[in-house]
Design a protein around this ligand. Structure first.
Ligand SMILES: Nc1ncnc2c1ncn2[C@@H]1O[C@H](COP(=O)(O)OP(=O)(O)OP(=O)(O)O)[C@@H](O)[C@H]1O
Ligand SMILES: [Mg+2]
Length: 241
């Protein structure tokens, strides 16, 4: 479904050229759950932004279902992204003053649809993450785990082909992390295609396959087994929202 061929990302900082991603070749099959792990600053979010068509590579090709998407004009790119890709960010990115329902309806506002249908789809997505009881609550009044569940519902509402999650458990404690990972497992069982970036090897262990990224380069590794996991104390950090 996804094919990146020798994709690189270089940025110019003053007179210096910084190479963030180097010759990344990566394919993701439809229905596959891929995790990408790597240290801070290794290029994980940059890679996700490229996969999510939020940014363009400086070299290489990106094909989505055989279609070269990196060369699409900006308007078409936005439509393509909205239709096919759902995002879950580490910092949730919800609208704090809007209700849970409204937040999940947001991606549907870009397509012609009756209000009733929009609400039905948003409720369906909220049902999947166990947040249907809280549709009227403002996002600002939710706990960290609830915010992340709403963010996942928002990523699902368009029924996207691809779900991209950048550190979806990064700001959650151990128990909430387990809840969010079980939602991702359920999505995997539905046959969704998922790419998840994580610092956390335990989170990566629920994926079909994982790749390590170091200094902007991908290294393929063997699947994780539980024996390799080192228990890590989760840092509990709740961002403002
Ligand atoms: N526009 C930019 N200009 C200059 N440097 C950048 C730019 N974007 C990213 N970088 C640098 O590229 C490197 C990779 O950044 P990226 O955000 O992809 O890392 P990451 O693996 O997601 O890290 P983390 O785990 O901390 O989120 C970092 O050193 C970052 O400072
Ligand atoms: Mg990052």
């Amino acid at each position: 479904m996804i094919l990146l061929s020798e994709v690189s990302k270089t940025v110019v900082d003053g007179r210096r050229k910084i190479s963030i991603l180097k010759d990344i070749t990566l394919s993701v099959q439809s229905g596959e759950f891929l995790a990408i792990v790597g240290p801070s600053g290794s290029g994980k979010s940059t890679l996700m932004n490229l996969l999510g068509l939020l940014d363009k590579p400086t070299a290489g090709q990106y094909q989505f279902d055989g279609q070269p998407v990196s060369s699409l004009p900006a308007g078409k790119l936005a439509t393509f992204r909205n239709r096919h890709i759902g995002f879950v960010f580490q910092s949730f990115m919800l609208m704090p003053r809007m209700s849970v329902l409204r937040n999940v309806e947001l991606p549907l506002l870009y397509q012609p649809m009756r209000g009733k249908e929009r609400k039905r789809l948003a409720c369906e997505a909220l049902e999947q993450v166990g947040m249907i009881e809280k549709i009227k609550q403002k996002a600002i009044h939710l706990s960290g785990g609830e915010r992340q569940r709403v963010a996942i519902a928002r990523a699902l509402v368009n029924n996207p082909r691809l779900i991209l999650a950048d550190e979806p458990t990064g700001n959650l404690d151990e128990e909430l992390k387990g809840e969010i990972l079980s939602i991702f497992l359920a999505l995997k069982q539905q046959g969704r295609t998922i790419v998840m970036v994580t610092h956390d090897r335990e989170a990566a262990s629920i994926a079909d396959r994982y790749l390590t990224i170091r200094h902007g380069e991908l290294v393929e590794e063997t699947p994780l087994t539980r024996a390799h996991l080192t228990p890590q104390k989760a840092e509990v950090v709740y961002p403002s929202i």
